[in-house]
Design a binder for this molecule. Structure first.
Ligand SMILES: Cc1ncc(C[n+]2csc(CCOP(=O)(O)OP(=O)(O)O)c2C)c(N)n1
Length: 669
């Protein structure tokens, strides 16, 4: 019995065939027309056609509602149309037009229509997999029977994300089904040379609890039969599924591909099993005539013609639309956090303050949860989350395996699905693994998808020196984040600021990076209460002065305060500006102080090569140049990897003496 025999009685078998044929024909003709437009130069950019693979998305989507979600790949036009996209707006998007689904900002590889459950195609091979798992986590928390389909190619199964995400999906029984379209090549390389497995289904089956299937991806009824039980299982809460479909991309990988890596004979063999041909033949047994097929083709033809006219006549997407769509950590709302355990005015450490903010925000908003390695009973490597597991349980203090990229991207997916994750990295250095999640996804989703999704996601990480932790556990990498449009970066130096900035980070709808200097964890300050929050981009004047400005942030605020005391003893009155947030940073405050004092020194622990110091100095210079009596100097960490020896570490770090020396030089000029 094929799935066609199980269709509801309202639709007879012939109608099912006609519907599925039409859906596949839409994809086929859309792509042929797109190829024509790209070849003539009417549409620019690249295209990855899925001609020959139409049965997979059409079969899978026939089992979904608009409430179910998908994530897609670079070869995603079939996924898009099968999920319910209009052809005209899809084509307008690829053409870079304002009427496109993402106003032309996403294009072929980065299009989303959340309103119908299409949560985004993805230009990073395997990049969408943990995001799909995060979306599934959000659906699971809402207690729905909805599911997420994560499409991937065979090449994506070689990416670490694939294995990390299957592990997470299996461990947490997430309602996600991985749909692998095995078209035998990863771009030009045959799978025998890329993947050391018997089958991809075999790989997936090694993850305990994942239900696995494998079969023909060109016969749409085979697709439906294989996918249906996995989807039903995930809907009933029994967990993740994986299905490998064997199929073939008839076209080249992209428009420049001459297909030199495969034979015309092989192509002919697969063309004989063309999905549209197979369904038409199948339809003959169910009363679908050649005339019916012709009539359906004519309907699709009209749709294609109208879509082309629409896309070509539509206005180009405008740069001005882009402004404001990055989101920004705006001042948090007036709502008070859930009552914390600490009374306002009490003296507490930075560690305790961060914990209290997490506690208060989790009490206030059930969507807030914390995720990271060893954050439960152990309380995190620096003890920040100690005690939270007891109050909030394992679902909201969610411990992860060691897979920074996937759990960070999973957090990004959960955020786009409506949760508010606060992800903890054990050490900031480990962010190197998570850079794809941050740079290619957290930072870009809102912009690429033209504001249709929000990413209320916070990443916390301990950074900086701590007497001998060595090269891979001591770095301050904040410049990387500042350099990435779409990320917002805070680096507090006091208890009060840690509280105010973290609260805003958690409550705002933007992806925020919250940097915690290890040596500041024990620093003491005053708990400012449950309603204290701070806007980002507002520097703090730590000390007013008339003779020179020390601009700094994080641990170096303390360094500058001690230097200012020594300078005062020499009759030099230093002003200290603590930036508090590095993106956005308080440009006005820097300009105001520098124009007042006419002299400046920027102090930071991170290396001074292409650092935050350079960004700020270059940015304010045009506005302060004529007021300056001397060049703005830099005091920074040395440009070498961190040595393990505490003595050597001291040598490479800026110290009070360095700051005083630079300040004396600035005032001497
Ligand atoms: C991380 C990453 N590496 C490389 C690429 C370039 N690239 C785009 S598609 C592709 C092949 C992907 O193969 P597969 O996953 O099998 O999908 P298919 O193209 O066959 O549909 C490559 C190498 C990329 N986009 N992202």
């Amino acid at each position: 019995m094929t799935s066609i025999d199980r269709e509801p009685q309202t639709e007879n078998h012939g109608d099912v065939v006609r519907r599925l044929y039409r859906e596949m024909r839409r994809i086929r003709r859309f792509e042929e027309e797109l190829y024509r437009l790209v070849s003539t130069g009417a549409i620019g950019g690249t295209t990855h056609l899925c001609i020959g693979q139409e049965a997979v998305p059409v079969g899978v989507s026939s089992l979904l509602t608009h409430e179910d979600q998908i994530t897609s790949t670079h070869r995603g036009h079939g996924h898009l149309l099968a999920k319910g996209a209009r052809m005209d707006r899809a084509l307008a998007e690829i053409a870079g037009k304002k009427d496109g689904y993402c106003q032309g900002k996403g294009g072929s590889q980065h299009v989303a229509i959340p309103a119908i459950g299409h949560m985004g195609s993805n230009g990073i091979t395997g990049g969408g997999l943990p995001i799909a798992a995060g979306l599934a986590l959000a659906l699971q928390r809402k207690n729905t029977d909805r599911v997420v389909i994560a499409y991937l190619g065979d090449g994506a199964a070689d990416v670490g994300n694939f294995h990390e995400t299957l592990n997470l999906a299996a461990l947490w029984r997430l309602p996600v089904i991985f749909v692998l379209e095995n078209n035998l090549y990863s771009m030009s390389t045959p799978i025998e040379r890329t993947s050391a497995c018997e089958t991809f289904a075999d790989w997936a089956s090694r993850y305990k609890g994942i239900e696995v299937a494998r079969g023909d991806g060109n016969d749409v009824f085979s697709v439906i039969d294989l996918a249906r039980p996995l989807i039903e299982r995930a809907r009933s809460g029994e967990g993740a599924g994986f299905v490998e479909f064997l199929t073939y991309r008839q076209s080249g990988h992209s428009k420049s591909d001459a297909r030199v890596y495969r034979t015309r004979e092989e192509e002919a063999e697969w063309q004989a099993r063309d999905p549209l041909h197979l369904i038409a033949v199948h339809g003959e047994d169910h009363g679908v005539t050649a005339d019916d097929i012709q009539a359906l083709d004519a309907v699709v033809e009209t749709e294609v013609e109208e879509a082309t006219r629409f896309a070509l006549e539509s206005e180009p997407g405008g740069a001005e639309i882009a402004l404001g769509e990055l989101g920004e950590p705006v001042a948090s709302d007036a709502r008070v956090a859930g009552p914390s355990e600490t009374t306002p005015g009490a003296t507490i450490t930075v560690t305790e303050a961060i914990r209290e903010v997490l506690r208060g925000e989790m009490r206030r908003d059930p969507n807030v949860f914390v995720m990271g390695e060893d954050i439960g009973t152990y309380g995190g490597a620096f003890g920040v989350t100690r005690g939270l597991l007891e109050e909030f349980g394992a679902e909201r203090i969610l411990e992860t395996p060691i897979c920074e990229n996937s759990f960070t991207a999973l957090g990004v997916g959960a955020a786009t699905g409506g949760l508010r994750p606060v992800v903890e990295l054990m050490f900031g250095d480990f962010v190197c693994y998570a850079m794809d999640a941050l740079v290619n996804h957290a930072a870009k989703l809102r912009y690429m998808y033209a504001g249709q999704v929000r990413v209320p996601f916070t990443l916390r990480m301990p950074v900086g020196r701590r007497k001998g932790y060595g090269a891979t556990h001591s770095q301050s990498l904040e410049a990387w984040f500042v350099h990435t449009p779409g990320l917002w970066v805070a680096f507090p130096s006091t208890v009060e600021d840690a509280v105010g900035l973290l609260r805003t980070a958690i409550r705002c709808d933007a992806p925020t990076i919250f940097l915690e200097h290890k040596l500041l964890y024990p620093a003491r300050g005053t708990w400012p209460g449950d309603d204290h929050s701070l806007p980002w981009g507002q520097a703090r004047i730590v000390r007013e002065g008339a003779d020179l400005t020390l601009i700094t942030y994080g641990l170096c605020v303390d360094l500058c305060s001690r230097a200012a005391e020594q300078l005062a003893a020499r009759g030099i009155d230093a002003e200290i500006l603590d930036l508090r947030t590095l993106q956005p940073y308080d440009r006005e405050a820097c300009i105001a102080s520098l124009t007042k004092t006419g002299r400046g020194v920027f102090v930071q622990e991170a290396t001074g090569v292409a650092g935050v110091c350079d960004r700020v100095i270059a940015d304010v210079l045009p506005d302060v140049f004529e007021w300056l009596h001397a060049p703005i100097l830099k005091v920074t960490g040395a440009h070498v990897p961190f040595p393990s020896s505490p003595m050597l570490e001291d040598l490479m770090m800026p110290n009070v003496r360095d700051v005083v020396r630079a300040a004396l030089q600035a005032v001497a000029d």
